[in-house]
Ligand binder design. Sequence first.
Ligand SMILES: [Zn+2]
Length: 75
Amino acid sequence: MPEGRCNYASLKVPITKMPKAGKCRCAGSAPGLIVYMFDKSEVSINDSKGALKSYKDSDITSGNTIIRQFCSNCG
Ligand SMILES: [Zn+2]
């Protein structure tokens, strides 16, 4: 099964369903960019090393507060 991962493989995301290529090209709009879009219910993050961290970001143009997540090993 293919999987995505961060630079140090602390976070891994199994890819259980490959999107159709045509939709990826439309979403990325560039020949050198790979963007996969999944429904949130189709995504799980394996964080066996406890590297996933999150913070609240309220400095966005909509004025809303969102939760951003990142790998604390990669930065
Ligand atoms: Zn990482």
